[in-house]
Write a protein that binds this ligand. Structure first.
Ligand code: NAD
Ligand code: MG
Length: 390
């Protein structure tokens, strides 16, 4: 039996993972589940899966979780350190599906304690790609991508030599506002941005999809995961979200990964890797899809993508700054403090202030430097938010 834990079990990816485990109860022993604030769902999931332990990030919710699990025999803890302790519990496979940079240390902890890491938390790869990969190598564990594009690339690369890769193309749905003018984009509300045309996901990644920050993060994630040059990574708008990514080889052949927009395909692939087990999910009917469209992304209306390529050029800890300033800008947009287009302005100004002159940030990717870069990205980002909302 595979021992599994899920960090971020109450979120969209966490619940999709639970849905697959629920259909194969004899295949898995559930060690730890963690959540941010949703006590009811965490307790319900822990009882259903017979987890050994449940941890909630919010300290003040300890008693609520304890009450909800009274008599179940399931261990209970709360607070940031409880999440790290849950990540350290002996598991073979850990799903990293906390949203944001808050997922970095739990993911590192899981790998340091010998677990393969199923990585939905793209932010940790963006902020600390080299550290993540070095930690995996030191502990002789694997990082398995969960992001649909990166799972697609990983699968297309199986059995291929990395040196034969010429380019990688990731697709983007274009989000909810792909045809909106810049003037219209300036009026977008959080409610409008929280609806995705194809995928059902957490609210933060859904807004990131609308602003194209999600694709920016994924460009950086592609570079870190597959160690190819920024010039070899392309983004194509593909509104149907059926082709997730393509790998092009030096001989001109191109392998595309195709599937319905359901994250359980990527999660299931990683859950059983290196085996392929039958998954009870809907199959794609291409005749129902009929048509697949592709277009060039507009980097003027969606500058988040161009900023990601700037980050790749800057290197070092620039990814941590990009992500951290994006996180505070997203908070400010959701709180209606700044407008939709202001989010990219905040990130651009933050990167400019921290990297325009001699960069004061230490570029070496160790945890202290990354956490400091994250801290500075948030601090300068908040100053820029203040300036924009004054
Ligand atoms: P979500 O908001 O639905 O869930 C996030 C989870 O993290 C929840 O369990 C929440 O309680 C927990 N959490 C939030 N803040 C926390 C904190 N500070 N400490 C501990 N736990 C905390 O998000 P999601 O859509 O499931 O996305 C999770 C991750 O997967 C993100 O990194 C996202 O970019 C990535 N991802 C999601 C999808 C998708 O389809 N949802 C697809 C690709 C990648
Ligand atoms: Mg994706």
């Amino acid at each position: 039996m595979k021992r599994v834990s899920i960090l971020g079990a109450t979120g969209s990816i966490g619940q999709n993972t639970i849905d697959l485990i629920r259909r194969d109860r004899t295949g898995f022993e559930v060690v730890a589940l963690t959540g941010g604030r949703n006590v009811d769902l965490l307790a319900k999931s822990a009882i259903e899966l017979g987890a050994k332990h449940a941890a909630i990030a919010e300290d003040s919710l300890y008693q609520d979780l304890k009450d909800a699990l009274a008599g179940s025999g399931i261990g209970v803890s709360a607070g940031r350190s409880a999440i790290l302790q849950a990540a350290a519990m002996p598991s073979d496979w850990v799903m990293s599906s906390i949203v944001g940079a808050a997922g970095l240390e739990p993911g590192l902890t899981a790998m340091s304690n010998g677990a393969d890491l199923a990585l939905a938390n793209k932010e940790s790869m963006v902020a600390a790609g080299r550290l993540m990969k070095a930690t995996a190598a030191e502990n002789n564990v694997q990082i398995l991508p969960i992001d649909s594009e990166h799972s697609a690339i990983f699968q297309a690369l199986m059995g291929q030599s990395r040196s034969s890769v010429e380019r990688i193309i990731i697709t983007a749905s274009g989000g909810a506002f792909k045809n909106w003018s810049k003037a219209e984009l300036a009026t977008v509300t959080p409610e409008q941005a929280m609806v995705h045309p194809n995928w059902s996901m957490g609210s933060r990644i859904t807004i990131d999809s609308a602003s194209m920050f999600n694709k920016g993060l994924e460009v950086i994630e592609t570079k870190e995961f597959f160690e190819i040059d920024a010039t070899q990574i392309e983004v194509v708008i593909h509104p149907q979200s059926i082709v997730h990514a393509l790998v092009g080889f030096h001989d001109g052949n191109l392998l595309a990964h195709v599937g319905p927009p359901d994250m359980r395909h990527a999660i299931g692939f990683a859950l059983y890797y290196p085996e392929r087990k039958p998954l009870p999910l809907n199959r794609l009917d291409l005749t129902k899809i009929g048509q697949l469209d592709f277009a060039k992304p507009d980097q003027i209306r969606f500058p988040a993508l161009k900023l990601a390529y700037d980050v790749l050029e800057l290197g070092g800890v620039a990814g941590a700054v990009y992500n951290a300033s994006k996180e505070v800008a997203l908070d400010a947009f959701m709180a209606r403090q700044i407008g939709f287009l202001n989010m990219a302005e905040v990130v651009e100004r933050t990167l400019h202030r921290l990297f325009a002159r001699a960069c004061e940030l230490n570029k070496d990717q160790n945890l202290d430097n990354i956490l400091h870069a994250d801290h500075m990205g948030r601090k300068i980002g908040r100053e820029e938010i203040q300036a924009l909302s004054a």
